[in-house]
Design a protein around this ligand. Structure first.
Ligand code: PGA
Length: 254
């Protein structure tokens, strides 16, 4: 596929996989995906498997991501994991503001922006998630919702940092439900998000920033989604837990 931006496909394992299971999966993925050069491939295991997966993918084209991090550095922050700790395991990416964290941990755009700044300061690329609920889509306020989320979650970042940030558009109603946004719905929101970034940071940044789609991405819909001009990859949940489906999503996207 001929795009100015390199595709980035990330597996969000969520709260799944023991260390032993994680090693089986990345071992299989390494074999399956070794020839792939056209896509940046990222696996985001739970914190408990970062060490093992980090060592297992050392000699591969798979990069490591975390699913969250604390907005502060080291200190009296019980239960938090700081960016510097993630760097110990060569973490290159961190998912921030996933809708599950917005919903269950009540994460705000302002908090996500602080985390994004901390990630950049540690040279970790944030994958910043935005997306509307079904009620918001039905109320016709999708663009307003994702614009507020995007602007709020990127507040304080320099244009250079925004350019390196990955944005993930994940309609909440499509996550884990088997309902995918139509390619037209995805493209429309992606183009809108790119326009918002252009307004804030100029055309060059907007042209370079990568925007992933997430929400029930599967091998059979990946090609069509990735063929949209403003869709630059995928954030995959359920289908990233099995070698066959994750590998096929990547192969079908090329
Ligand atoms: P899903 O999850 O692929 O299982 O819908 C996507 C996500 O939550 O990142």
């Amino acid at each position: 596929m001929d795009k100015e931006r390199k595709l980035i496909i990330a597996g969000n394992w969520k709260c799944n996989k023991t260390v032993a299971e994680a090693l089986v999966l990345v071992g299989d993925l390494k074999r399956e995906l070794a020839p792939v050069k056209e896509v940046d491939i990222v696996c985001c295991p739970p914190f408990t498997a970062l060490d093992a997966v980090s060592k297992a993918i050392l000699d591969s084209n798979i990069r490591l991501g975390a699913q969250n991090m604390g907005e502060n550095g080291l200190g009296a922050f019980t239960g938090e994991v700081a960016a510097g700790m993630l760097k110990e395991f060569s973490v290159g990416y961190v998912i921030l503001g996933h809708s599950e964290r917005r919903q269950f941990q009540k994460e705000s755009d302002a908090l996500i922006a602080k985390k994004a700044a901390a990630a950049h300061a540690a040279n970790i690329i944030p994958i910043v998630c935005v997306g509307e609920t079904l009620a918001e889509r039905e109320a016709g306020i999708t663009n307003a919702v994702v614009e507020t989320q995007l602007k709020g979650s990127l507040t304080g970042l320099t244009s250079e940092q925004v350019e390196r940030t990955v944005v993930a558009y994940e309609p909440v109603w499509a996550i884990g439900t088997g309902k995918t946004a139509t390619t037209a719905q995805a493209q429309e929101v992606h183009a809108f998000l790119r326009k918002v970034i252009g307004t804030l940071h100029g055309d060059t940044v907007a042209r370079r920033v990568r925007i992933q789609y997430g929400g029930s991405v599967k091998p059979n819909n990946a090609r069509e989604l990735m063929s949209q001009p403003d869709v630059d990859g995928a954030l995959v949940g359920g289908a990233s837990l099995e070698v066959r489906s994750f590998a096929d999503i990547i192969k079908n996207s090329i």
